[in-house]
Design a protein around this ligand. Structure first.
Ligand SMILES: [Zn+2]
Length: 291
């Protein structure tokens, strides 16, 4: 059975073009940052394994660095569009492998967060970022209401409508749902190294986060961030607040440092590790119900 799972993951990885992660060369400020080929996600939203029967539903807000052709490069150097400012490198392949291992539906946004950030409320000042880290995004400056609405309709609205629909379908069918979002972060930010290989983000609902952190903390060699490098106070919990917290569904946001998942081997290793933890949690939850 495991051999079959490996075969499926391997085939998916090839099919989805995850092997082209390369390193920037000669791009001074970000020389240490992994960059990627343009994502194969090129629409507003994509759902994979929608009928998955596991409890976990995976979300990937920053899966893609796709910019629709009529936006050109948003006024940026094309190299900026493969940097982390445009997406979460490595997050989608990890989520896809977890989707297979957990029989979990996966909803992924198909456009760059520089078009519109799906993990921000509509009124957030960085919904359509005019700058990201130290990079100004020329095509995002001074947008009028019509263009802002167009951006939301391109990606933000369909992404959230799809999650809404999926969660409602599962609820109607009596399926348990745990919403788990997968993100990645840079090894350094504004010159400061980040020690955590993984961060578990949560608010005061700690049903999933406490168990995950306890298991990860017990693994040798890992430094686990508790609400690091971000926390809900940084306004990064929007998608989970909207779809999980509003319904009382268990949820957690997982941030993986992107140098850990810059290769297919790293992506597979993290997917297996995390899937194993969620499988253990499912067993525990099931035993709790039966007890
Ligand atoms: Zn992200």
């Amino acid at each position: 059975m495991w051999l079959k799972v490996y075969e499926i993951i391997h085939k998916r990885a090839i099919a989805h073009n995850t092997k082209h992660l390369i390193r920037a060369s000669g791009n001074d400020a970000d020389m240490d940052q992994p960059v990627g080929a343009p994502s194969d996600l090129t629409g507003s939203v994509r759902t994979e394994n929608r009928n998955g029967r596991g409890a976990v539903v995976l979300l990937c807000d920053h899966a893609s660095n796709f910019v629709p052709p009529d936006y050109g490069t948003l006024g940026l150097d094309p190299k900026d569009l493969v940097r982390h400012i445009a997406w979460d490198p490595g997050a989608l392949p990890v989520a896809r492998a977890m989707s297979v291992l957990l029989d979990a539906p996966l909803v992924a946004a198909g456009m760059s967060r520089l078009i519109v950030d799906c993990n921000r409320p509509l009124q957030a000042p960085d919904l359509i970022p005019e700058s990201s880290e130290d990079t100004i995004v020329p095509a995002n400056r001074g947008l009028d209401a019509a263009e802002r609405a167009r951006r939301v309709a391109l990606s933000h609205a369909p992404f959230h409508a799809e999650i809404e629909s999926l969660v409602q379908c599962r609820s109607a069918a009596g399926q348990e749902t745990w919403l788990v979002s997968i993100h990645s972060f840079t090894p350094t930010y504004r010159g400061v190294a980040r020690p955590w290989q993984i961060g578990i983000l949560h608010d005061d609902d700690r049903r999933l986060s406490d168990a995950l952190m306890a298991s990860l903390d017990a693994m040798p060699g890992l430094t686990v961030g508790d609400n690091q490098p971000y926390s809900p106070a940084d306004r990064v919990y929007y998608t989970l607040e909207r779809h999980a917290r509003s319904r009382g569904l268990p949820c957690v946001m997982i941030e993986i440092r992107n140098d850990e998942i810059a290769t297919e081997a790293g992506q597979t290793a993290w997917a297996e590790r995390l899937a194993g933890l969620f499988q253990s949690l499912s067993v525990t939850a099931q035993e709790g119900i039966e007890a």
